[in-house]
Design a protein. Sequence first.
Length: 535
Amino acid sequence: MTGHEVDVVVVGAGFAGLRALHTLRGAGLRVAVLESGDGVGGVWRWNRYPGARCDIESYDYSYGFSDDLEQEWRWSERYATQPEILRYVEHVADRFDLHRDVHLHRRVVAADWDDDGARWTARTEDGDTWAGRFLIMAVGNLSTTKRPAFPGEDAFGGEILHTAEWPTTPVAFAGRRVGVVGTGSSGIQSIPVISREAEHVTVFQRTPAFSVPARHAPVSDEQDAAIKADYAARRARAASSPSGLGFVPNRRSALDDTPEERDAVFERAWDGDGFGFVLAYHDLLLDQAANDTAADFCRAKISAIVEDPGTREKLLPTDYPMGAKRPCVDSGYYETFNRENVALVDVRADPIERLTATGLRTASGDHDLDVLVLATGFDAITGSLLKPTITGRDGVTLAEAWRDGPVTYLGLGVAGFPNLFAITGPGSPALLANVLLGIEQHVDWIAGLLTRMRDEGHAVVEADRDAQERWTAHLLERADETLYPKARSYYMGDEVEGKPRVFMLYPGGIRQYRRIIERVAADGYEGFHLGGAAA
Ligand code: N01
């Protein structure tokens, strides 16, 4: 067993961990990043499935901390593909000399707080220990794979793949019969691509999604030059918009407009805004009647695309508000169901029973398959934070502290867990906004706090329990003003059986959130206790 000593232990070498390393190293701290995988990039390393792309525009889903980086990187498409994003992250790691402090194949299995020494010790699967004053969990919100256990899995003679753990070698679909379970973003992105190659694709759908067209396009040299000439303004627009995507909120209610005016607004959003469709009116996620207008518009679009009446009916989402589950952004998803080689099974009406030697059995009969693709998502938001056993003050683990759902102060700190920070943790906007912006906001805020602690000679910072309770109550109140709780979604912990059902993110927008955390910092980190003499 070997022991290592640094100032800050960071868990995860995705976008968040690398940004933390770069910034904290720049502040003069010794940082070690522990990464379970064989390279940097986090989810963008694992999710290599066909069709994987970001559905936030490339120029916004990228780091804003370096003008030179912004100017020299050339995105090729409006929405970058997974290989391009991975190349970008690897470029960043090379360019800023980050690799030397990233330790690969180091899965953190436990971390313990030592009150006397005022430090964390993280232990990796292979028995190494890494001690540091601070522990930063940069583990991502969607990084613990959810893999339903279907009976009979061992008997299945075909191949089983999960979108979030896709093989690094190419998967050939030609001449094969493929089943896809799951119709969230990963399913919706991969199904059109797989069906262009496979002999036959059967889609097993539990909940139909609302999906809007991506309208992918290559980025021309002129567009690239125009964005780069004014990149700072683009970043500023993003940071001062509630979504972090730069969309100017429409102050009108969907109910203020006539049906014709509304259709024109929705049509424009459908044609170019992608994910921003849900922001076409300010109240789409606040008011059921307003939401119904958007949902009706989407259902009409789906109905106009899908030719077979039975399939069309199954694809129409009817039992939750549009946007209350994460909406998807697609390239020809609904059109795919007009192909001869694609079939849709509604597993609510026709439940999956088991895998057999030759395929998947649902209540109505057998579906012969050579490959089964699980696009079944993640144990979201808390999954990767709770995977290692994190033990804070008085031997209390994070899993115990969060038994009834995650409680944090500002999504950054947890009472009873001094010197522990989560990047885009529960209680922050995280997945409800441009997560890259959220990452940079958090890292800069944490760097500011750590610098101040060093300057003032503090060794320990801990969220105040009352401040944490007030923050948690505040975000739940805000969530109750929205339609989010009306859907069964991973925002609410519905994706994993037995997970507490509670809204886990800050729903007030990333602009408002930034104001709050900046004010907290300006007020001397109000709601945090700073103390302990630095050794
Ligand atoms: O996962 P999901 P995902 N039997 O949880 C179904 C981000 N992302 O990997 O809705 C049958 O959304 C489940 O059904 P239901 C993005 O934030 C981004 O697709 O629970 N079905 C659902 O249809 C996204 O939201 C990009 O009823 C089962 C699906 O599997 C998030 O990642 C690309 C089942 C899971 O959908 C997660 O997306 C991809 C079962 N036992 C992903 N269990 C970008 O472009 C689950 N399902 C940035």
